[in-house]
Design a protein around this ligand. Structure first.
Ligand SMILES: Nc1ncnc2c1ncn2[C@@H]1O[C@H](COP(=O)(O)O)[C@@H](OP(=O)(O)O)[C@H]1O
Ligand SMILES: [Mg+2]
Ligand SMILES: [Mg+2]
Ligand SMILES: [Mg+2]
Length: 401
């Protein structure tokens, strides 16, 4: 339990319709602490003492889980076999590493934190693996999961059998929602990047009462040094980053092989002409022509930096670039596991994440994010100009149809 103090003059205690106590800033009525963190409020003289929940134990478990899952993915990426890749019903690719990573994260979290109230919203399920043609893939996954757990020493005492691995994967069927705690996992975000040998991420978040309170991003192929000084010819370049954030405590980055963490911040740039922007590598995932129109309106001079996965959020959180634009094609619905961890990593590093109309993302609605048009990310200073450029560009696009 951690204690936080606020002066009475800067905060207002409110009770909501469910009689839950909350603490709002008197100045701008924004929450100083999420509802779930306000367990007790005691007024003493002119100071309020707030006992708030810490997620340190969950964070330690999440870092272990994501790092171990990254180890599994790295192993597969090195020797990816044709037989390791399948196509899902929506034609998107899935590999033994996606399934294996999901099983490892589920097993580690439950071993560390108990399984009684464990809830996981995750991308993959075992449907295809239970079919006759999935048997060989399942055998590979079980092997990989057991090897990975055994390689750590802590979790691999007893090997897992077929039903254990299938159950671990299917523990990710939770619907999430506005109450209670739910883990949110993308076991490999950027599977297409993973298959190309490029960027991908293991993205793990924790929702508490509908808000993201933890975010962990393991990015096995992301250089430890800034992408701004990245030299693709340099094969000595050190790669493998672990970003993590706990609500109210900032964002940190360490190497996946365990260096000391450093606190990271988004760029403090205020001139859009000097900004560089990230977008999906895959044109099918985001409208490149729309982002180039937005960049032009802002006066951005640098060409887009196209990389896969939530590695974009990680890179942005340490100031490698200033803007991330994501505009899916019409009809696509964003899933919470594609953004939950990345959102907190950027928000705790001082950045702003919103939909194209400037609304905050709402992770409390179940497995999908309902949002207006797209997702935009930048720092506080650039956001007003970015929102204007986005609005103008969307209007221009609409009137040209
Ligand atoms: N048509 C589409 N439009 C937008 N996003 C899509 C998409 N098809 C798949 N995606 C999502 O884009 C994610 C990758 O994002 P990015 O382009 O930033 O690498 C995929 O995550 P997975 O790789 O976990 O399936 C998938 O959820
Ligand atoms: Mg996928
Ligand atoms: Mg994804
Ligand atoms: Mg995925």
């Amino acid at each position: 339990m951690e204690m936080a103090t606020f002066s009475v003059s800067s905060a207002t205690i409110i009770k909501d319709s469910l009689s839950r106590t909350s603490l709002l800033s008197t100045k701008n009525r924004k929450p100083l602490l999420p509802l779930s963190l306000c367990l007790t409020l005691k007024a003493s003289n002119s100071t309020l003492t707030v006992a708030s929940m810490s997620y340190d134990k969950q964070l330690a478990a999440a870092k272990n889980a994501a790092s171990l899952a990254a180890r599994l993915c790295q192993k597969v990426q090195k020797v990816l076999l044709q037989a390791d890749v399948q196509s899902k019903s929506d034609k998107s690719p899935v590999t033994v590493a996606d399934y294996g990573s999901q099983a490892v994260v589920s097993v580690v979290l439950q071993k560390e934190l108990g399984s009684a109230s464990f809830s996981l919203v995750a991308e993959e399920d075992s449907g295809d693996l239970r079919k006759k043609e999935g048997k060989e893939t399942l055998r590979r996954i079980i092997e990989l999961v057991n090897e990975t757990l055994a390689s750590d020493g802590t979790y691999g005492n007893a090997p897992l059998f077929e039903e254990d691995v299938l159950a671990a994967i299917d523990s990710g069927r939770s619907e999430g929602g506005p109450s209670g705690q739910h883990w949110v996992l993308d076991p490999i975000d950027g599977t297409k990047g993973f298959l190309r040998g490029d960027q991908y991420a293991i993205a793990l978040g924790l929702l508490d009462e509908g808000k993201v309170v933890l975010g962990v991003l393991a990015c096995p192929n992301l250089p430890l040094a800034s992408l701004a000084s990245h030299n693709p010819q340099d094969d000595q370049e050190k790669v493998g980053c672990l970003f993590y954030a706990q609500v109210g405590s900032g964002t940190y980055m360490q190497s996946l092989d365990g260096s000391a963490p450093i606190k990271v911040h988004v760029t403090d740039l205020d001139n859009p002409e000097e900004a560089s922007f990230f977008e999906s590598f895959e044109a099918a995932h985001s409208l490149h022509d729309l982002s180039s129109l937005i960049a032009k309106k802002l006066g951005v001079r640098a060409p887009p930096v196209r990389i896969d996965s939530q590695a974009k959020y990680g890179a942005l959180s340490r100031g490698d670039g200033a803007i991330y634009l994501r505009f899916p094609h019409k009809g696509y619905r964003e899933k919470i596991w594609d953004h939950a961890a990345g959102y907190l990593v950027v928000a705790e590093a001082g950045g702003v994440v919103s939909d194209a109309a400037g609304n905050p993302l709402d992770f409390s609605k179940g497995r999908y994010l309902d949002l207006h048009e797209g997702i935009i990310v930048t720092n506080q200073k650039l956001m007003p100009a970015l929102l204007k450029a986005v609005k103008d560009s969307l209007n221009e696009k609409a009137s040209s149809l």
